[in-house]
Design a protein around this ligand. Sequence first.
Ligand code: PMP
Length: 394
Amino acid sequence: MFANLPAAKDDPILSLGLAFKDDPRSDKIDLGIGVYRNEHGATPVMKAVSIAQQRLLDQQTTQAYIGLAGNASYNQAMLGLLLNGTDAFSRAIAMQTPGASGALRLLADLIASAKPNAKVWLSNPSYVNHQPIMQAAGLDVGFYPYFDPVSKQVDEPAMLEQIAKLGPNDVLLLHGCCHNPTGADISFSAWQSITELALKNGFLPFVDLAYQGFGQGLMDDILGLQHLAQQVPELLIASSNSKSFGLYRERSGVAIVVGETLQQATNARGKLFELARRSYTMPPNWGAAIVAEILNDAQLSQQWQQELNQMSQRMRDLRQCLAQEFALQSGSDRFNYLTQHQGMFSLTGFNQLQLEQLREQHAIYIVSGGRINVAGLAKTFIPRLVESCLAVGV
Ligand code: PMP
């Protein structure tokens, strides 16, 4: 059966993590995998999450199945968090999924069921799993211009020029905030232009929201998404709780469908049920139960938001310190883009040779392509990191 299978290729990010683990040098620095870390290099359980978990354990009476849609109270809370106050709220359904990865796949399958020849447009570059997930659902994939490697910002005129050519057969996948891998987000005015284009030309916007609260703040990070939701007739959202709640391994996410009418959204939910049933059937309970417990309790929700703010503040501080140290040591302001990027990631443009030298000579681990995870840093590492980067000629 398996004789003709080729040997699997290594996952570049995970194998970098393994190489880091095996590196005996005590001053090694890991800027690879996309996980938030505190100043001590740990990814701790948030306090609000610990409290919610304890309550759930104390109240638990059964482990029976819940159902295809998962936890209804979670679904309602996620809908409220993302869409309350927008026109879309009354025309939307939410379905708990195994992470945003599960939501992306389910929604891709939904698109393929509704319109098999649809084409999904991704930013260039985009999250490494977007293309394989869309293609696994049988969808055609195209790329729109996004990152300008010189300014390290979004090339919005080029992006909008391409988006203006999309029509009813197209799906436009956007990152809600804290773009992965670049860190460069689109401006609010670009969200407005995209909304106008969607209304005029009829393409379907699809927002992947994996880092809500990691940029400017919980609600500030979704201003663009909410603007879209206020106006467009149809919208898809895949949202993750991995980063915002630190629930990576619990696989908690949500798929949201906004329809022209609630009936259409409900029909789409029926299709999602069918799609889920034929693969994983039901999502795991625990992570979503924790999120529901937090979002449905004002005090706990406040506590969670405070912790989330502390995390995003730490990342903004690190960006400032890093840019300042680069300015100090290089005498140039060409690294100031680091302070304009949002969330954990920045695409540095370091080339493959520089990345290899950083790893071999300086024990600094950065994924190929040059994406750094700012949250992997401690402040005390910054001078050595900058010195090493400049030594390899960045
Ligand atoms: N979308 C983006 C942009 C991501 O960066 C990630 C995770 N790194 C995901 C989706 C998947 O998140 P989850 O852990 O919820 O599956």
